[in-house]
Design a protein around this ligand. Structure first.
Ligand code: PEP
Ligand code: MN
Length: 329
């Protein structure tokens, strides 16, 4: 924001008024005019309030770098499930990877019992090692869709490349962009072109502003809406897999009115921390949780240490008592 002082007014009087409102300002001189630039880390303030200060001639707002995101409604409908401000939190749950038709059917039944509205599971897996399991691809998408439909669940699953995005969109309700791909702009364009809502995971080293800009890429190219997913960022300490940024969750949710889902599984990498961080996430304003679960975590082909067993998910969901009842498909 730029506050222009009227000619004839003592600028220090206006500066004092701005300071008492908790604003940090930088003073600029344009000939005889004095301007104050309000620094972005200042408290949020209504420009209308600044216009009422005696001696303020005008208050100008710079154009937003993400106008489509700013105009997105605070509540997003994904195939009949409401996500965001005013709606009950949603539970998205499932295995890290879709390992077999039988496995995903079993998981679909158990997450439905636990109150989930969405079934998750990777058909295309980004893996650190090229020798690790990388997913069953398109046939896993079909197993996932069928298992979800059999239990009245929606599907969220990751598109890892432009080439697999159309198939992911065809079999899912919500197209997931993984942390490693948050700034893969070709992939963001491809996800946008599907017209589907996108679940945009935060890049592990991305600032909040970069995350918001990535969402704008999806929207510019046609995504119906973007739902954010905070899954932890890289910290200096490896005690937990990542560092869950609950400040960003509160900011997106309470200040910007954006729907944000928290993934405590990838944030911590350990199942014993999933429950406390789930509680913290909902307290910070999360619109829902994305949790990994597996019928037999010790035998999972990926991310076993962070997966909850079916009874653990059930217990967590009951103890939170927060989720919207799953809707019929
Ligand atoms: C996932 O959700 O399976 C996943 C790979 O997560 P992330 O992109 O957050 O690492
Ligand atoms: Mn995983």
């Amino acid at each position: 924001m730029i506050v222009t002082v009227s000619i004839g007014t003592d600028p220090s009087r206006v500066a004092a008024e701005l300071t008492t409102r908790g604003l940090w300002t930088r003073r600029l001189q344009d000939g005889t005019r004095t301007l104050f630039v309000v620094e972005p880390h200042s408290r949020e303030v209504d420009p209308e309030e600044l216009r009422t200060i005696a001696g303020v001639e005008s208050v100008a707002l710079p154009p937003s770098p993400h106008p489509l995101l700013d105009a997105q409604p605070t509540l997003v409908d994904v195939s009949g499930v409401q996500i965001g401000a005013g709606a009950q939190p949603v539970l998205m749950a499932g295995p890290c990877s879709v390992e077999s038709e039988e496995q995903i059917r079993q998981v679909a039944a158990s997450v439905r019992r636990a109150g989930a509205s969405f079934l998750r599971g990777g058909a295309y897996k980004p893996r650190t090692s090229p020798y690790a399991f990388t997913g069953h691809g398109e046939r896993a998408l079909r197993w996932l869709r069928d298992a979800a439909d059999a239990h009245g669940l929606r599907v969220v699953t990751e598109a890892m490349s432009e080439a697999d995005t159309p198939a992911v969109a065809e079999h899912s309700d919500l197209v997931q962009i993984g942390s490693r791909n948050m700034q893969n702009f070709a992939l963001l364009r491809a996800a946008g072109r599907t017209g589907k809502p996108v679940l945009l995971k935060r890049g592990m080293s991305a600032t909040v502003e970069e995350w918001l800009m990535a969402a704008e890429h999806c929207l510019v190219h046609g995504a119906r809406a973007v739902i954010f997913c905070e899954r932890g960022i890289r910290g200096f300490d490896t005690t937990t897999r990542n560092l869950l940024d609950l400040g960003a969750v509160a900011l997106l949710s309470h200040v910007r009115g954006l729907p944000v889902i928290v993934d405590p599984s990838h944030a911590t990498g350990r199942r014993d921390l999933v429950a406390p961080l789930s509680r913290a996430a909902l307290a910070a304003g999360a619109a829902g949780l994305l949790i990994e679960t597996h019928p037999s975590p010790a035998h999972a082909l990926s991310d076993g240490p962070q997966a909850l067993a079916p009874d653990e998910l059930q217990h967590l969901s009951q103890s939170l008592g927060a989720f919207a009842a799953p809707h019929a498909a």
